[in-house]
Every structure is written in C-alpha cells, then in structure tokens.
Ligand binder design. Structure first.
Ligand SMILES: *[C@@H]1O[C@H](CO)[C@@H](O)[C@H](O)[C@H]1NC(C)=O
Ligand SMILES: [Ca+2]
Ligand SMILES: [Ca+2]
Length: 586
C-alpha cells in the first residue's frame, strides 16, 4: 500500500495527497455547517419581553443576540411566531403568512434575521404542517365548501346514532389533548379530524392543493432569509385511508391505561407513522435543495420532530435514492431515560441511535424541549452538566432548549395558573401528568424583577422559583456555574477537530460509570461520567489499552473537586458522586 501511495504522490505531484493514504477513520472530511452545528431552541413567548406586556417577542430576541453569540450558538430555532389565537400557543396557526401581532411584525423578523446574520447567526423557523387553526381562512372556506377548499381538511359524515341523539364520529381515534379526534361542524354538517386540540384541524395531505400551498409557505419564509425549518409533529401528517365502504378503521386498545380520553388508550397504527409521510418529508427536502440551487447561499436545513420508533424515524433521513431531512430529531436521551438513570441506560439510548443510523448520516442529540419537563428536573440537577457534556461531545449536531445551559428547572404551575391545553383539558387532580407549562416559564436573565425577562406586573406564566440563583447574570460570575461549564464545552467543541470528525466509542463500565471516547489521528478525548451517588475508582485503560498512562483534566462538572489542567493516572481515576470529567492527552 505504501508504495502505491508514493507512486500516486509522485505521479500527481500533490503536496497533500499523503492524507488520502491514511486509514479511512482519519480522513478529515469537510462538513457542512449543520453537521457540527450547535442549535438552540427559543420559545419566543418566554425568551425576552421588549415592551413590558409580560409576553416575550421578536424584538426581545433581537436584543439578546449577543447572548446567543456568547454561548456559541450556530442557529436559533424559534417556536412558532405566526398569527394564532394561541389555543396551543402558536401551534394553532390562523395565518401561515403573518406574524402574531403580540410577537411583532414582519419587519421585526427581517431586522432579527439581518442582525443575526451580521453576527454570523442563522435563524430557523417552526413549520407546523399537520394542522391549521379553525380561525384560519382555509378552514372557514372549507366549512363553506368554497371552490378549491372543499377537501383542504379531513371531513367525514360520521354515523347515525342508533339510540338517537348526536351523530357518532367516524372512528374511535383520540386527539393528543384528550377526547375524540373528530369534531362535529354544525355548519358543514360533517366531522373534521383534529389530532391535536379541537381548534387545530388536520390538513388533508391527500389533496395536492394542500401540498402545493404548504410548499408555498416554506418558500415564503425562505425568501425572508431563514436558514431552514424545524418541522412539527411529522409522524401524524397522514392517516390511513377509509376502506371501500368509506369507513375509517378503529385503532386497537393499547392496554396501558383505562383512561378512555387519554391518547395512550389506543395504539396508533392508523394515525401515526404512515408511509406517505416519508415521501412528503422527501418532497420538502427537494424544496430546500431547489431553493439553494436557484438562490445560492448556505444549505437550508430541515430538522424534523419525530417521536416515532427507529423503523420510521431513520427513513426520515432519506433512502438510497432520495434525500430526506438533514436531521430527524433524536429523542432517545428523552424517551429512553428516566430519573435514577444508570450508565447502562445511557449506553442503550446512545447506541439505539448510532447503531441504527444509516451510514453517512449525521447524528444529533436532544435532551429537552417545550413539550418535556426540564432536563434538570427530569434527571435531577446532579445530571444537568452531564447531559450538556454528552450533547456537546457525542458525534453530530447538538440541540439545546433555552435555559438548559443554565440548569433551569421546572416552574411550579398551579391549576389556576395553567394555560397549556394539555393541562386545561384535564382536571385539577391529574393535570400535572399532562402539563407542559413547567418547562415554558420565562427565561432567567438575572435575579431582579421577573428575572429580567419583563417589566410587566404579571408575566404570561409565573417565573420558576429558582431564578434568584439560576440566571445568566449570576452564573456568568461563578466559574463553576452550569453556564460557564456549557461555554467551556462549546469552546472545546468549536476548537476540536476531534469532536467534529473523530470516531467514537462508548460503554457503561458499571451501573454508574459511563465513558465516551473520541479519537482522531491518534489524539484522544475521554468523557467520564459517574451518574451514581457514590464514589468510584476506575481504570480507563481497561476500556482502551492504547490510552496513555497519564491524562490531563479539561472540563469538569460542579460535582468535581479536581482542578483544570492537572495530570491524573489513567489507571486509577477517583470519581466523586455525580462527577463528570473531560480528559485530554497531556
Ligand atoms: C425512496 O423514496 C422515494 C420517494 O418516496 C420512492 O419513490 C423510492 O421508491 C424509494 N426508494 C427506495 C429504494 O426505497
Ligand atoms: Ca412583549
Ligand atoms: Ca394529520
């Protein structure tokens, strides 16, 4: 091989050809921006309020772009900012082409995108294709059967009730926020489908006019200069067709709950993960790629929300002939972990993505979002830094939900203060099981009034109690704060070719000790994690005999008593309870 190599160099007279002769795992492939990006989810309603009405807004985000830069963000994804009656806080869109007035104007958005661009930041918008608000003109026209809109939504007569009274819905399907997924419309005298709230009518993707209109929506916002989209609720895009008699199939009982209104009461074989949905995602990818080809500029990305099994999530990346989403969100660090998690759980959940991901695709890591309890509450504040370390050091793109960099915890929202339909459609006894309000409390900028989020007397959701110590201003001052650990991780990630291009190995060394190793050109970086509450002494050369005898500490979490840059024996590393530690070569 060596001589072939030399011959090649001699023949081609290329100075750098020697690289091509090394083993495949050391080729430093050029990566596109999104493949190593640090994505940051902004929940606009709770990020920053610029005009004192207690509600976050676009100008508030613009005023905090320096902060995004400070924490190393590549691209910020904004949860929906479109016109909406706010039944589901913007996920019920009454005009896909307009900005919700309380969030600002189109000009405010243009200003945000322009200022972000000056700082080298990209803005990504939320695309909510599955449904429109029943306040949307499209729905109103569909109710009236106006030409072109007759079949914009999923309509059905339902069935006569043999006992008399109200007509029966077309099938037993249940919506995400409790109760039937079918709602009677007395004007059109038919049921319409809503997989989410009654006010969120499912669009009919079997209608080519809907498909075209939604592509127009994508191009409209691409024209404003956005860098791509996060696509909401993709698995529920298509539903099964009715049979030849026009009857939609009932879904089978799951057997996991007796609560007949709970979405989990049924197994969703007809309302989720239908094959047509994959093709729609591929078509949206074509919209992105065509746009870039025509207008130039950087790759416009698609990040896809898919709470689905791997057999459906992985094909979202595309198949052998057609490209799909750049990044279908990897929710394994949410769905496969729980409080009291063990190192073996980490190994399983990480492996479940990396082992199943098709070759040549880019991984991504998510630990929280606006639909989940806060990471630091779900797994305990002990693991707040550890989860950030994993997200930043595992191969591929990282995704941070606003406040995770601070170790923000859930707010405590009473029944009276609850506003999330997932909570409000239940009752005071059970709402805490369903509510998403606790992770949506205002962002914590400082320990002053309303955590510096707003000057209003009352904010749209109450502040989380922890803001007096967990906030940007205070954490900036403390060297071992969650924020400063996060920033150190980001710096490491930005500087490290190894983290961008290196190979990976990971393993649970015991119930409580997890190790992740990244390697490139003989360089090695090790993340050691103790998820348990007792101290442990380990020999990481048992895991990798090629590791040097001594290594140097780099980044530690708040449970570590070690200092940065000290030399330790790889054969005998003492880890404190909950200690996480990044080691580099001396
Ligand atoms: C890939 O997806 C496209 C679009 O859905 C489809 O037409 C094609 O048959 C698929 N190819 C393979 C190999 O599955
Ligand atoms: Ca405001
Ligand atoms: Ca649907």
């Amino acid at each position: 091989m060596g001589s072939v190599c030399l011959t090649l160099i001699a023949v081609l007279l290329l100075k750098n050809s020697v690289l091509a002769c090394k083993a495949p795992d050391v080729v430093e492939s050029e990566k596109d921006w999104w493949q190593t990006a640090q994505f940051y989810q902004i929940y606009p309603r709770s990020f920053m309020d610029s005009n004192g009405d207690g509600i976050g807004d676009i100008n508030g985000i613009t005023s905090k772009l320096d902060y995004l830069k400070e924490i190393g963000v590549t691209a910020a994804w904004l949860s929906p900012i479109f016109k909406s009656p706010m039944v589901d806080f913007g996920y019920d869109i009454s005009s896909f082409y307009e900005i919700q007035p309380e969030y600002g104007t189109i000009d405010d958005l243009k200003n945000l995108i322009a200022k972000a661009k000056n700082l080298g930041l990209k803005i990504i918008l939320d695309f909510v294709p599955n449904h429109a608000s029943t306040e949307n003109e499209w729905f109103k026209k569909s109710v009236k059967r106006e030409k072109g809109f007759e079949d914009f939504f999923v309509w059905h007569d339902g069935y006569e009730n043999p006992n008399g009274g109200k007509r029966l819905p077309p099938s037993n399907w249940i919506q995400a926020f409790r109760g039937s997924a079918w709602e009677w419309n007395d004007e059109r005298k038919q049921f319409y489908l809503h997989q989410f709230a009654v006010q969120q009518a499912d669009l009919n993707y079997r209608n080519p006019l809907v498909v075209e209109e939604m592509k127009r929506v994508l191009r409209y916002w691409l024209d404003m200069g956005v860098a791509g989209f996060r696509i909401d609720a993709v698995p529920v895009l298509f539903e099964a067709l009715p049979d030849s008699s026009g009857r939609y199939p009932d879904e089978p009982l799951s057997g996991t709950t007796n609560d007949k209104d709970d979405h989990d009461y049924l197994t969703h074989i007809y309302t989720e993960n239908q094959p047509e949905t994959l093709d729609m995602v591929y078509q949206w990818r074509t919209v992105m790629d065509d746009y870039q080809r025509i207008h130039g500029g950087d790759t416009r990305v698609l990040l896809i929300e898919t709470y689905a099994p791997a057999w459906f999530t992985m094909p979202m990346y595309g198949n052998s002939t057609t490209k799909g989403a750049h990044l279908p969100f990897n929710f394994n660090l949410i769905t496969m972990l729980h409080k009291g998690l063990k190192a073996t759980d980490l190994e399983k959940s990480i492996g479940a993505w990396l082992d199943k991901m098709p070759a040549g695709r880019t991984a991504n890591w998510v630990t929280g979002n606006h639909d989940q309890r806060r990471t630091a509450s779900r797994y305990g504040i002990e693991l707040a830094d550890t989860m950030n370390m994993l997200v930043m050091m595992l191969p591929g793109a990282s995704i941070t939900y606003q406040g995770e960099e601070l170790g923000m915890i859930d707010g405590e929202i009473s029944w009276a203060d609850s506003v999330d339909p997932a909570a409000c459609n239940s009752n005071p006894q059970i709402y805490e099981k369903f509510t998403r309000d606790p992770s949506r409390t205002p962002f914590q900028w400082s320990n002053s009034k309303n955590a510096g989020f707003s000057t209003a007397a009352k904010t749209w959701l109450p502040l989380a109690a922890a803001y007096e110590t967990t906030n940007v201003e205070d954490e900036r001052k403390s060297p071992k704060s969650h924020l400063n650990i996060y920033k150190a991780l980001v710096n490491l990630r930005k500087q490290s070719k190894l983290l961008k291009n290196g190979t990976y190995r990971f393993k649970a060394l015991s119930d409580s000790i997890f190790v992740l190793e990244r390697s490139l050109n003989g360089e090695k970086l090790v993340l050691l994690v103790n998820v348990g509450n007792s101290a442990s002494t380990i020999n990481i050369r048992d895991f990798d005999v090629t590791l040097p005898e001594t290594m140097k500490t780099s980044i530690m979490n708040v449970y570590s008593t070690k200092s940065e840059g000290i030399t330790i024996q790889a054969g005998r590393i003492e880890l404190s309870p909950y200690e996480s530690l990044v080691l580099v070569k001396t």
